[in-house]
Write a protein that binds this ligand. Sequence first.
Ligand code: NAP
Length: 490
Amino acid sequence: MVQRFQQYIDGVFEDGGASFDSLDPSTGKVWAQMPRASAADVDRAVRAAHRAFNAPEWTGLTATQRGKLLSRLADLVAAKAPHLAQLETADTGKIIRETRSQIGYVADYYRYYAGLADKIQGFTVPVDKPDMDVTVRREPIGVVAAIVPWNSQLFLSAVKLGPLLAAGCTVVLKASEDGPAPLLEFARLVHEAGFPPGVVNVLTGFGEDCGQALTTHPLVARIAFTGGPGTARHVLRNSAENLASTSLELGGKSPVVVFDDADLDSVANAVVAGVFAATGQSCVAGSRLLVQRGAHQPLLTLLKRKAEAIRIGDPQDMDTEIGPLATRRQRDHIEDVVARSVAEGAALITGGKRALDDSEGIYYQPTILDCPNATISSVREELFGPVLSVLSFDTEAEAIALANDTAYGLASGVFTTSLTRAHRVVRALRAGVVWVNTYRAVSPIVPFGGYGLSGQGREGGLDAALEYTRTKSVWIRTSDEPISDPFVMR
Ligand code: NAP
């Protein structure tokens, strides 16, 4: 049975005009049909969001009432997490163990911003003029265009919708054309929570028409984008049309630096989780492993054993540890980079082939490449797949230089038992997140974002909500004296 999903515009669920097929990556077969939003649908959605932004049903709510709506949404997400997880797994191939635990945590993101809604405050200014009170109000910025890629769509939209709704904005959320089912289903929870029509609109369509129409729309005040740097450049050019302020959460080629004093068994577990979780389709994947020479071979041996023991299979099975890639396009890209890297001199330690050959699913083996130098393609390019590139270094200075030798700067990891060295390396790494003796921890309370090609702006924490506001300075004259005639000299 092919399921049919609907888009959500102005509080109404609708089929839309055209539709497209969505594949289950574990079988390669069509399992659902999605509405393909046109430029006209985008225009209706943005106009609905703009009307809602100015309507008393939304603007008349106190911040505390907005927080209560978010809190209700959090409860619904938590209650529906198993169903949403099953949909995300069906539509993207991400394993059910990961989607269940991640979506459970998505509810906590909404809870955090529910509590923050009535803590977004303005301030007073001790102005340098007599008889004046100056206050600075924080006001919601307006209609937000939120755009997410196909991996972890519920999570990536929560880090946008939580703060923007807390701040009092309205939104048109564009799901990726790959794997949009969980977001279209999430719209039903928004509806059930009782948000006024038009406050949240959810649609999915292709980048060239739907994404283009959304990011150029004159009524959009802010664009919150997550995706690749190539698309981000289009989005920035598009924003020249409406001069919308823009936040960009982009890709990474994150280094994990391992010194030879670290506990290698513990490191091996962290590295495997860091690069192979979500089948490597994670922006923070620790895909560049930099190992001090003395630990290089022992760690490689441990990693090979662990990678070869990973259970690959049906993503809906709770015992599966690696599922399929989300798209064939993605697998083609990974195969191309791995082949180029081997031709350039990288040694294939394990993997490098399609997995489960008898299946139509889009499977790829966990792969480790031992790389002679940092010019190898797999060291430089983001693969967004289960591929680990390993390099060795001798000194701390060399480790830092290698770690920073990338155009990206999203995440990084350091493993050492030396406290002083950990502090020095943390300071030297150019990345928005540094994990020391751990990897992949995230929280709604902690800012997240990148340096360089990994983007601009931060999501998470209090500042994320402020990004969806702008200030209004209010001057109030407190004197009862009449204003004197400006043309009479005193
Ligand atoms: P992508 O191609 O850049 O797509 C991202 C989103 O942009 C999709 O919804 C896409 O729609 C849309 N889009 C495409 N063309 C557009 C246009 N001209 N105007 C407006 N929107 C447009 O991303 P991807 O390659 O699928 O996703 C993986 C990338 O996202 C990786 O680089 C990954 O590291 C990054 N990522 C970053 C973070 C982070 O927080 N930093 C988190 C997750 C992923 P369609 O899907 O319909 O084309």
